[in-house]
Design a protein around this ligand. Structure first.
Ligand code: SF4
Length: 332
């Protein structure tokens, strides 16, 4: 159970039921009042070596930006939802945007307003829309603090239209198993070889737990996607990803294998990640490899086209062998 070191809060959160509830839950934790969750001066000034320590704090505020972004992968819109950031520390996390600004977990208490906008947008649309509600954080993790996922599913299940989806790297799925979700929720579990989880995805659930969670969620009737993501081309990557795909085929239930779909995403990395990681995790592996990566505008790196194409061919071969009947939505 995550116990915050300190709570940074906007004073108006107590005008919302969840804000009151969280302030009561954490009444014994030191508090710091802030003007704006987007700009906490004392955090921004911290050196990168403080990165992991800062993640022990919890920031509670009100979300002001509610702009949906069109998406053309497994949803129609990316929706800013009830949290941003995370208490875990995957070394490549794309939520690490501007040094220390987005690293820590921020919770937004105006959930009624956010869900209402999703429901109204779904109802107005002629086509059935799917909303990605987990692109800014990990909702299974957040649910252990706020119960927001349970609240969301219960308040969404009876709407006439619309579907929800989110990815996760966590296995604490038990609270949502008994819910009557009416088939409106797709959960996409992100997996990686155990060795990569250990060395790179600090603070997330083990592979065994993630596989068990997928099987339980399917038993509970949820639609299941599996993200092999991000694919990281470490020296022994072929062996690791071949073992991963084989292990999934052995340990996922027949029900999951019947209709789960896959997404495969190669890692992108950045100069900011390099700087934070070398100071925050000085003994960890270096994910930037200049021999196989190339620039992709404004301090971003990705795998060179030829390296990526060869890896894609290999992964497709493995998927054909172990999951011949499952759809790969995309490889990017
Ligand atoms: S679990 Fe997800 S949100 Fe959290 S650090 Fe890892 S990639 Fe980022």
């Amino acid at each position: 159970m995550f116990k915050p070191k300190a709570i940074y809060f906007e004073k108006d959160i107590i005008n919302y039921p969840l804000g009151k509830e969280l302030m009561e839950k954490y009444k014994d934790i030191p508090k710091v009042e802030i003007e704006n969750h987007n700009n906490i001066e004392e955090m921004r000034k911290n050196p990168n070596s403080e990165f992991a320590n800062m993640k022990r704090n919890l920031i509670i505020g009100i979300r002001k930006t509610h702009k949906f972004v069109e998406n053309h992968k497994t949803s129609d819109y990316l929706v800013p939802y009830t949290s941003s950031g995370c208490t875990a520390a995957c070394m490549y996390c794309y939520l690490v945007c501007n040094y220390n600004k987005c690293a820590y977990l921020r919770l937004f208490v105006n959930r009624e307003q956010m869900l209402d906008k999703i429901i109204k947008t779904a109802e107005k649309s002629e086509k059935e829309l799917t909303f990605e509600i987990g692109s800014n954080s990990d909702l299974i993790l957040e649910n252990t603090i706020t119960n927001n996922l349970v609240w969301t599913i219960e308040n969404f299940k009876n709407t006439e239209k619309g579907k929800l989806t989110f990815p996760t790297k966590f296995d604490m799925v038990d609270p949502i198993l008994p819910l009557d979700h009416k088939g409106k929720v797709t959960i996409r579990m992100s997996v990686n070889p155990e060795e990569i989880i250990n060395k790179v995805e600090f603070g997330t659930s083990r592979l065994t737990g993630r596989i068990e969670a997928i099987n339980k969620l399917k038993e509970a009737g949820y639609n299941i996607g599996i993200l092999i993501a991000p694919v990281i081309l470490v020296a022994n990557w072929k062996e690791l990803y071949q073992e991963l795909i084989q292990r999934l085929s052995q340990e996922l239930s027949e029900k999951v294998k019947k209709d789960a779909f896959f997404e495969i995403i190669f890692m992108t990395y950045s100069y900011v990640h390099t700087k934070i990681n070398e100071e925050a995790f000085p003994n960890s592996i270096n994910l930037y490899n200049k021999d196989i990566m190339t620039g992709r505008g404004r301090g971003k790196y990705w795998y060179k086209n030829q390296v990526r194409s060869e890896a894609e061919i290999f992964l497709r071969e493995q998927m054909n062998k172990y999951f011949p009947n499952n759809k790969i939505e995309y490889i990017v």
